[in-house]
Design a protein around this ligand. Sequence first.
Ligand SMILES: Nc1ncnc2c1ncn2[C@@H]1O[C@H](COP(=O)(O)OP(=O)(O)OP(=O)(O)O)[C@@H](O)[C@H]1O
Length: 254
Amino acid sequence: MTEQTPTTAVATSILTTDRLTKSFGGVHAVNEASVTFLDGKINGLIGPNGSGKTTFFNCVTGMIKPDSGSVQLRGRDITRWAPHKIARAGLGRSFQLCRTFPRMTVLENMLVAVQPHTLGDYLGGSHAPSTVERARAMLARVGIDHLENAEARDLSYGQQKLLELGSTLMSDPPFVMLDEPAGGVNPSLIERIAVLIRELNDEGTTFLIVEHNMDLIMKLCDHIVVFDRGAPIATGTADVIQSDPRVLEAYLGV
Ligand SMILES: Nc1ncnc2c1ncn2[C@@H]1O[C@H](COP(=O)(O)OP(=O)(O)OP(=O)(O)O)[C@@H](O)[C@H]1O
């Protein structure tokens, strides 16, 4: 059993898993994980290296098929759905390692993230002017609009992370899962990412963030789940998590 904070009882679930399980050979990467993430909140998923966070993400977003268990998005069973179908159901995600198109420009990377408006657009490889405008506005929001004509491969790692975040947001997903948004990013860009996440959350976007940067998680997240060996060992606010001896034990191995 994991600890529940009072807020958990009143908030609505956006994502719930029931005994979700995925093994690789003899490794139980995700092991009967039953967790709930909350609608309208900034949710965090933390845990030591190898505790199953990315595998959990991949099972939820359809990138890999779980061996057993189920995934519900706003009460709808999405277990084993294909990734594009899950994306269409309103779940956007970014990856731990950047997935930008290196030889495309920054603006082109933003545009490929959205479906063309019409068959004519599709065949002509063009986008509606409003889409281009929106891509530029989003680039300004993530702070790399001055780089719109640069090829993605010429961006710093942190800038590529911002580009990936921007392209994830292009389809306006109501629920966004971010895998290590601050990993390898310099502190000033981390601050920009944090401000943006908070602003978007104020505007109604729900987040689930996997991150090793504890400062960021503790100051940003309303609701945190801690994984160890493929399953949750603690759940709650930053205060609850930080004072839970099981969390310390999992991280320090004491
Ligand atoms: N494709 C795979 N094949 C074999 N083993 C895998 C595979 N993917 C993950 N694992 C193993 O599953 C376990 C969980 O890995 P996972 O990457 O999900 O953990 P994580 O918590 O995201 O780790 P990190 O914080 O280091 O990114 C690890 O023991 C890992 O080695």
